[in-house]
Design a protein around this ligand. Structure first.
Ligand code: ADP
Length: 407
């Protein structure tokens, strides 16, 4: 107790002191003064709340530096992004560690010139995958304080989605032009040769050339058709799907008839496995014919030099009610490194093509994926090289309808 006595005395003294100060102020101030004091207090509180609200309302990251380049203000998103709680009153170089962002900020501060720039930044924040590359619109401006002091306003707007879409559009145009140029150049080459009088009179050679031109003309037409289909699927086709009930077996049979020549030529064994041959779904039949055709055609054309078995099946999962459709083959398979990319537009596994010169546009699987997704389904591919490649589609149970023709 003895050791605590001086502290207790101090505390008591402080309390008595503040009480006395309060009483002195109260006695000295009139009621009117007191009212103004309370109004002022409320205004300050309101202003503080407004400032907080404004900072929160910013859906982008916002940081303000004072004239000594210490962080004066930072909104929640900025605090989260830079991963540090106490960022105010610290020099920006202590907090901003991303090199490209730091050098941009240094540049603006040195030149005292406002700056707006798109930056690709490798970020480490909790909201993103470690080391993820994201695109930001960075805007730096200088604002005057009340005492002619300069403040720096840093604004970061995450535009990764727009950037990726734009990138995909650019890649699509570049790839499409490349794919179209090759058959066109071949056709033009043969036209020029045929225009040579000696050759046009040689019926056998000119027929051979015309055959090649026809083949490349057909390829051009297929690329254009598939590109149009992708564009349609990407421009909100979900609302324009033509839903009608049909049996899955019906489109599987149609697909095999279409590929009959290829199947016979290559001696492919095709097996269909259906627990319920009458399994009927309500969907856009046109797209489902395309989906099956592309998957089965791929299974056959990617594997020309082996005893090929292709299996097509569908069933409804008893537990989840989901409709499962699959196409598998025992061919060359897809290397694990290529698997994540096969649904991308124009993606083709290089190894396959240099080996066998397989004709394809690289658009087939991206059409399949987009068409499945337009029906609220998912698709995945598993592959063990030289053993098994299996494309599995899963559709919501609601797609199943009663087989009307059975009535
Ligand atoms: P393509 O027009 O080239 O067939 P796709 O988009 O249909 O384009 O397929 C992309 C790539 O995936 C193909 O080029 C091929 O390398 C690979 N692939 C697709 N299906 C199979 C399969 N069943 N077996 C082996 N490789 C396949």
């Amino acid at each position: 107790m003895g050791t605590l006595t001086p502290y207790l005395c101090l505390l008591l003294g402080a309390l008595v002191g503040s009480g006395l100060t309060y009483l002195t102020i109260r006695n000295k101030l009139s009621r009117k003064d007191l009212r103004s004091l309370f109004t002022l207090k409320r205004t300050i509180k309101d202003l503080e709340f407004e400032r907080k609200l404004l900072m929160r309302a910013q859906d982008n990251m916002l940081i303000v530096l004072d004239d000594k380049h210490l962080i004066k203000l930072a909104n929640k998103d900025a605090i989260k992004f830079f991963g540090k709680k106490n960022i105010t009153q610290r020099h920006y170089t202590e907090i901003i560690k991303i090199p490209e962002l730091l050098s941009t900020l240094d540049e603006a501060i040195q030149t005292q010139q406002a700056l707006k720039r798109e930056l690709l930044l490798t970020v480490e924040s909790d909201d993103f995958q470690a080391g993820e590359e994201r695109c930001f619109q960075v805007s730096i401006k200088f604002i005057d304080g009340d005492h002619h002091d300069k403040h720096t306003r840093i604004h970061l707007h995450d535009i990764t989605e727009q950037y990726r879409t734009e990138q995909m559009r650019k890649d699509f145009i570049a790839n499409a032009s490349h794919e179209l140029r090759t058959p066109l150049a071949i056709i033009n080459g043969y036209v020029e040769t045929l225009m040579d009088e000696d050759i046009i009179e040689d019926t056998e050679t000119s027929q051979h050339f015309l055959g090649i031109m026809k083949k490349h003309g057909q390829r051009l037409a297929r690329i254009i058709e598939e590109m149009l289909l992708i564009t349609k699927l990407e421009s909100g086709v979900k609302n324009t799907l033509n839903y009608e009930p049909f049996r899955l077996k019906e489109i599987i049979d149609e697909c095999i008839v279409h590929l009959d020549q290829m199947i016979k030529e290559k001696g492919v064994i095709v097996k269909i496995k259906m627990d319920e041959p009458d399994l009927t779904i309500e969907a856009d039949k046109f797209y489902w014919s395309q989906i099956l055709f592309n998957l089965v055609e791929n299974a056959i054309k990617q594997n020309p030099e082996r005893q090929l078995k292709v299996k097509i099946g569908c069933t409804q999962c008893k537990r989840t009610g989901k409709i499962k459709i699959w196409v598998s083959d025992n061919g060359v398979g897809i290397p694990a490194a290529d698997l994540p990319y096969i649904f991308r537009r124009f993606y083709r596994v290089e190894k396959h093509h240099s080996q066998y010169k397989i004709k394809g546009t690289g658009l087939g699987l991206s059409i399949v994926k987009r068409a499945v997704e337009a029906h609220q389904g998912t698709i995945k591919c598993d592959s063990i090289q030289d053993q098994l490649t299996r494309f599995s589609i899963s559709l919501p149970p609601t797609m199943r309808v009663e087989d009307l023709s059975a009535k």
